[in-house]
Ligand binder design. Structure first.
Ligand code: FNR
Length: 342
């Protein structure tokens, strides 16, 4: 099966297998404050992620890889929605465009549509320094994501079986590029130990890509005859993983993603310590239902709703929201207790 066809199948299965709402945010409770003492008009959503200054903590996470006309249309529409809302956007894996030059147009369109926006390149951890440079140049990217997807590869019949050397390649990329390198998971979360190893390799931004939203084990298991069902429930929830990452090296900026579906999830992820929050599957669902106008409206609604939540909490800035009072209950509490993390 061609890469483009497989990636299109992923979109279909991502929508079909849906979002499970098991990202752990249901265990996170804000402590209500009856005297917030601020006005909605004071709220400022600007944030800093490593050296990147963003006007909003919300970003469109990597989705459409594979190249082809359909990728180009989806990339164009997401770039329009990101531009209209002033949010950052990561493209899907550019490996297809590195291997076949004619696929480049489906990525380059993102920069053409949004010449001044923050755009993030994307490759897997098999990438070399030269490939990372080429991916960045292709879209004049402001940062690059390197994704980790061991469980998806193992569940995929035609997937990789050797995972040697990824940390060394990431270290070489982080040491060679003069833009921020973000290492991201793809729906299985990242443990403290992983984040520490990446920090030691010179990575300064981590997207924990937690469990609870799009589930590539389920997606791949739908396509297999013999199901590797253990991987369907494998991973660290987004909520627990943010706390794991925050307890690793303090040099690292943490991004939250995995199952984020509303402004409550976004606010909770920031209050757990994230500096920004990425959405993939949920926005894809909105786009498929309501088109580009619906997507523009939904991202705008998420930003407005986040401002309402910050007003209720009396938190004017993203930095202040990171200090909001929380109670952690249920499975997330027990996970963190057993891991000796707070
Ligand atoms: C993805 N994701 C992804 N990630 C990545 O780094 N490179 C990629 O090419 C893709 N491709 C891709 C395609 C589709 C259809 C989906 C839905 C997702 C993973 C994505 O960025 C994110 O890490 C996970 O989907 C978890 O976040 P959500 O979907 O639960 O918000």
């Amino acid at each position: 099966m061609s890469r483009a066809k497989r990636k299109l199948e992923h979109i279909g299965y991502a929508l079909k297998t849906g979002q499970y709402r098991l990202s752990g945010f249901e265990d996170i409770m804000f402590v209500h404050q009856s005297l917030p003492g601020i006005a909605l008009s004071e709220i400022n959503l600007t944030t800093k992620i490593g050296e990147l200054s963003l006007s909003s903590p919300i970003f469109v996470n990597a989705m459409t890889g594979g190249g082809g006309k359909e990728t180009e249309i989806v990339n164009r529409d997401f770039a329009i929605a990101a531009r209209e809302n002033g949010v950052a956007m990561a493209v899907g894996s550019q490996m297809a465009a590195l291997k076949e030059r004619e696929q480049r147009a489906s990525y380059e369109i993102v920069r053409r549509v949004n010449p001044d926006g923050i755009i993030i390149a994307n490759l897997g951890s098999e990438a070399s320094v030269a490939q990372a440079r080429e991916a960045v140049d292709m879209i004049r990217a402001d940062a690059i994501q390197i994704h980790l997807n061991v469980i998806q590869e193992l569940t995929m019949p035609e997937g990789d079986r050797c995972f040697r050397g990824a940390l060394e390649r990431i270290k070489a990329i982080a040491g060679s590029l003069n833009i921020p390198v973000i290492v991201k998971e793809t729906g299985f979360g990242m443990a403290l130990e992983t984040v520490d190893a990446l920090a030691s390799a010179g990575v300064s931004i981590i997207d924990i890509g937690g469990y609870g939203g799009t589930n590539f084990a389920r997606i791949e298991n739908e396509r297999r005859n013999r199901v590797l069902s253990i991987f369907n429930e494998w991973g660290i929830t987004a909520a627990a993983s943010i706390v794991e990452a925050k307890n690793a090296s303090p040099r690292v900026s943490v991004l939250a993603s995995g199952g984020i579906q509303n402004a409550g999830d976004i606010a909770k992820s920031i209050a757990l310590g994230a500096s920004g929050t990425g959405l993939a599957g949920y926005l894809l669902k909105i786009y498929k239902q309501d088109g580009v106008d619906g997507l523009i409206a939904e991202i705008s609604n998420l930003q407005n709703d986040l401002k309402f939540i910050m007003t209720a909490l009396g938190k004017r800035t993203i930095q202040e929201l990171q200090e909001a009072r929380l109670v952690i209950k249920g499975d997330t509490y027990h996970w963190l207790l057993q891991r000796g993390i707070d």
